[in-house]
Ligand binder design. Structure first.
Ligand code: PHE
Length: 625
């Protein structure tokens, strides 16, 4: 309609002098006319010159009065012929309309105030409303007096329109050019008469996506940063050293400041999408802290695990439904494991059958064949159980040599702190390596000799540890928009004396709020290996509901004590989904769009775009809603 109006007008007239007026006279929206003029100008059907000026537009308030009438008329109409008390009128009306309208109506001498408010005239004209409508319709010329009477209902805005004349390719109607030669064109034979649009060889085309990080990788990336952190921390920690030196040798419960949030959680925040979706890389200071309060990465490079480490070591009974092949992928080749630490296996068997450490056990006959079965690990807690076992072994096996070496290194370190501060970090690293070497040795079950019995005494050489991992787990689940059979878990644990549920809540709150997810709920839950246990829920603004994002708890003595950990050692632990928080943070409503064989090309494009440019999480939420 707008196009016909413009071309039709120019057929009989020289010029459209002002597109604003032209649109207003025809009751067409000026934006539509402007768009058409731009397009016709592009095809040289018309010649358009810009007209720029400032024009009046209505404020939000102005718009409401243009629709409902001016405040004074609204007040006038609300006063019945017999009059009304001010209080009653006020109750009947919108407070702003009442306030502006009452004084204006009195000023106009439409109503008067005696005991009551009464009408002085029969009828009134709503001039203000008429003027507002004229502004709304784009009327350009108005008297100063008229404008003054509208005071706060209008504002001056820059306005752009056009004056238009015929262009070199003017025609009363625009010819439609064909863009494609279709099968139908050929069958009908009308291709002979078609005029084709010229190719625009200088058009830019679709932007090509460059390589960039997948959102899942971005959330995972801190593991990489932790390695980098070690190198960078060496360079910058000189300034920090005095503050942290006391904590370097061994971490202890002082790592938890009064608010219950441990510093070592900094590692989890190395990459955290901010409100704007951009990655925030922790500054160097935090890296130094990460290093000082080291969370060690667990070796998770074994997707195949034995049922023993995946279930039995975690005090999960052999009849537990999760061990069913409906939930677990068992391996056919090799179907069983051959290497388990025999003395520990015996202790696990015992605790399952008869209990111990204040527990009654499950009272069933524990079968070795069941524990030997190989599977694809269903959770990375299997790795935690291996690590804790190894830690207990380090604690049991600590050789005099190791103790001496550590001791002398610590003395050296102290001297360095006092005398010359720079190389301290290197020494800390060495202590680390020493511990790790021992750990790795113990991780290999073949290297563990039997006969180390329970360890009920307090270990002086127990070393508190903090571990984390992010890696793949497998569950035989029906795949839907929130479930995959293969996904990732963020596993973590802190093993120390005097830990409580408060620490666990502090850790999780801190972790997720660094990821920009501060609306969390903890729900009591049940796991065979933790008591108490808590499921973690986060509020998904887009889906407008609470979504489960992880599970956590304090490992039970039935799990820790057979390993050989001291009775007073507590372990807080968590297993979080990597995909769920990523979905929440990136506004993804179908997990299959994020990971797995069904990620489609256009989604890949989305992933590239979202990971390259600033992503407004808020707008993604809106898109979902
Ligand atoms: N293993 C649990 C899961 O897969 C998570 C968890 C880890 C729970 C550690 C408690 C402690 O859901």
């Amino acid at each position: 309609m707008a196009e016909e109006a413009v071309l039709g007008f120019l057929e009989k007239n020289e010029e459209i002098t002002d597109s604003g007026q032209f649109a207003a006279e025809r009751g067409i929206d000026h934006q539509d006319i402007a768009n058409i003029i731009k397009s016709l100008h592009g095809f040289k059907l018309v010649d358009a010159q810009d007209i720029k000026r400032e024009s009046w537009v209505l404020t939000e308030e102005g718009k409401t009065y243009a629709a409902a009438g001016s405040p004074e008329v609204q007040v006038f109409l609300a006063v019945p012929p017999e009059g009304i008390s001010l209080d009653e009128l006020q109750r009947k009306m919108d407070p702003t309309v009442f306030k502006i309208g009452r004084s204006q109506a009195i000023k106009n001498q439409w109503v008067e105030m005696g005991k009551q408010l009464t009408r002085k005239v029969q009828d009134v004209d709503d001039k203000v409303k008429d003027l507002l409508i004229r502004i709304q319709d784009g009327e350009v010329i108005m008297s100063v007096i008229d404008l003054l009477s509208l005071f706060q209902f209008r504002v001056l805005r820059p306005w752009k329109g056009y004056s238009v004349r015929k262009g070199p390719k003017y025609a009363p109607r625009r010819k439609k050019f064909a863009t494609d030669l279709t099968r139908e064109n050929i069958l009908r034979g009308d291709w002979k008469d078609l005029e084709f649009k010229e190719y625009n060889f200088s058009a830019k085309g679709q932007p090509v996506g460059g390589g960039s990080l997948h959102p899942l990788l971005k959330i995972t990336r801190f593991a990489f940063h932790m390695k980098t952190a070690k190198i960078i921390a060496k360079a910058i920690v000189v300034i920090y050293i005095l503050v942290i030196a006391g904590h370097c040798a061994t971490a202890n419960q002082d790592d938890f400041p009064a608010d219950g949030v441990p510093f070592h959680l900094h590692i989890f925040a190395l990459v955290s999408p901010q409100e704007e979706g951009e990655c925030k890389v922790l500054d160097f200071w935090s890296w130094a802290l990460v290093f000082a309060y080291r969370f060690e990465e667990m070796p998770t490079n074994n997707f195949v695990e034995s049922s023993f480490w995946n279930f039995d070591a975690l005090f999960q009974p052999q009849q537990h439904p999760a061990r069913d092949s409906h939930d677990t992928f068992f391996l056919q080749v090799p179907s069983t494991t051959k290497m388990l630490p025999e003395d520990y296996v015996e202790r696990v068997k015992h605790v399952h059958e008869f209990g111990g450490y204040g527990s009654r056990g499950y009272g069933y006959e524990w079968k070795r064949e069941e524990a030997n079965k190989n599977l694809l690990r269903t959770h990375t807690t299997a790795v935690s159980s291996r690590m804790l076992y190894s830690l207990a072994q380090v604690c049991l096996h600590s050789s005099v040599l190791t103790v001496c070496a550590c001791f002398s290194l610590k003395i050296l370190m102290l001297l360095h702190v006092l005398l010359w501060r720079i190389p301290v970090l290197l020494l800390v690293l060495e202590v680390d390596e020493l511990d790790k070497g021992k750990l790795n040795e113990c991780l290999n079950p073949a290297s563990i000799s039997g006969g180390h019995g329970f360890c009920d005494t307090q270990h002086k050489d127990f070393v508190p540890k903090k571990y984390f991992s992010i890696d793949r787990v497998f569950r035989n689940e029906a795949v839907d928009r929130t479930h995959l059979a293969e996904f990732h878990q963020i596993e973590g644990l802190v093993c120390d004396r005097n830990l409580s549920l408060g620490h666990l809540i502090g850790v999780l709150n801190d972790f997720f709020s660094r990821l920009g997810m501060s609306k969390l709920k903890f729900k009591p839950a049940y796991n065979p290996y933790t008591e108490p246990s808590m499921e973690i829920f986060s509020y998904h603004e887009g889906l407008e509901k609470w979504v489960e994002i992880g599970n956590s708890g304090m490992f039970r003595p039935e799990m820790l004590r057979p390993m050989g950990l001291p009775a007073d050692v507590r372990v807080i632990a968590w297993g979080l989904s990597l995909e769920r928080p990523t979905m929440i943070l990136y506004g993804v409503d179908n997990i299959r769009d994020l990971f797995g064989p069904k990620v489609r090309i256009h989604r890949v494009q989305w992933i590239l775009v979202s990971s390259r440019k600033t992503l407004s999480v808020a707008s993604e939420y809106k898109r979902l809603a």
